[in-house]
Design a protein around this ligand. Structure first.
Ligand SMILES: [Zn+2]
Length: 164
């Protein structure tokens, strides 16, 4: 009897598609691998299960045209052609779209993510009193977006991190 059960389990595993057993993060990372390092920007939107719900490929080296309606709660990633984190326009789009997470893949292999929650949604920081203070505290000469988003996340209760 044990042998039959084991054999049944093994055959069930064999017919399940690989994607059904992958975590959302793994599915998103697999899609990100297809756009990392491309010469123009591409954006891909996922649901919370990590399945692709939309993609936008009409990009230039500096940006990519996306539609912002209908993606509340979703996760959006895109590639940058330079090794820099999010622009203010990126985060403003995420705020307007009501995304749960915004991601960017850089050519050098770094992936950054800014994650919002219901209690701590994306905020338009650069039109508030905090923005000049943030720029001052980081230092204009030593300006870096990574530092801006670390500060932004700490200030508004979002999560920000980059990894390889
Ligand atoms: Zn961007």
């Amino acid at each position: 009897m044990k042998t039959i059960l084991l054999a049944l389990t093994l055959s069930l595993c064999a017919i399940l598609p690989v994607s059904a057993t992958q975590s959302p993060e793994l599915k998103i990372r697999a899609a990100e691998a297809t756009i990392r390092g491309l010469p123009t920007e591409h954006a891909i939107i996922f649901n919370s299960a990590g399945d692709i719900v939309a993609r936008f490929d009409a990009g230039t080296a500096d940006d990519v045209r996306i539609s912002i309606n209908g993606f509340a709660g979703d996760i959006m990633t895109h590639n940058h052609t330079l090794n820099v984190s999010f622009s203010t326009a990126d985060v403003d789009n995420a705020r307007e779209m009501g995304l749960s997470q915004l991601r960017v893949v850089e050519p050098d292999g770094v992936t950054c993510a800014l994650t919002a929650t219901a209690d701590h949604p994306f905020v338009m920081m650069w039109l508030t009193d905090d923005y000049p203070h943030t720029i001052d505290s980081i230092g204009a000469e030593d300006f870096n977006w990574d530092g801006v988003w670390r500060h932004y996340a700490a200030l508004y209760g979002l999560r920000y991190g980059c990894s390889r």
